[in-house]
Design a protein around this ligand. Structure first.
Ligand code: FES
Length: 143
């Protein structure tokens, strides 16, 4: 992964990271490799199901270009159905984003397990590249 050039759009990204998802602090060190690191916020959470819709929408309202929710693999949530609840919420919020004329791809839910080392880097890189191709968020609507 290379540093971005200074003229490139660096998206603001809010990450909700489940403590149990297996994404370790070492994985998060990948953020140091992005020149836009200060624009990425990581909020550790007890379970993806604990992220209320208002927190996600507030994340966009605060100017984040994308929100990534990192959850435990399906069937491995410590709170049994938290990640299922998160999945349902993401689908509903994506519909709200559509009404607000914000691309639904700006909100992503991904599953992780401790055995998938390196997945966080791959997913984050892919998400950031997608946000770069979408461009800065336009709360006033898609053009
Ligand atoms: S404990 Fe990780 S998603 Fe529920």
């Amino acid at each position: 992964m290379s540093k971005k050039n200074s003229n490139q759009f660096n998206p603001n990204v809010l990450i909700f990271l489940c403590n149990w998802s297996g994404v370790a602090d070492n994985d998060i060190l990948i953020l140091d490799k992005f020149s836009c690191t200060p624009l990425i916020q990581v909020k550790k959470i007890a379970c993806s199901g604990s992220v209320e819709p208002a927190r996600i929408l507030e994340g966009f309202n605060q100017g984040n270009d994308g929100v990534l929710i990192c959850a435990c693999e399906e069937g491995t949530c410590h709170y049994i159905k938290g990640n299922e609840r998160a999945k349902e919420r993401v689908i509903k919020i994506q519909k709200i984003l559509d009404i607000l004329r914000i691309e639904k791809e700006r909100l992503k839910l991904e599953y992780f397990s401790p055995s998938e080392r390196g997945k966080f880097s791959t997913i984050l890189t892919s998400f950031i590249n997608q946000l770069i191709s979408l461009g800065p968020i336009n709360p006033g609507g898609k053009t």
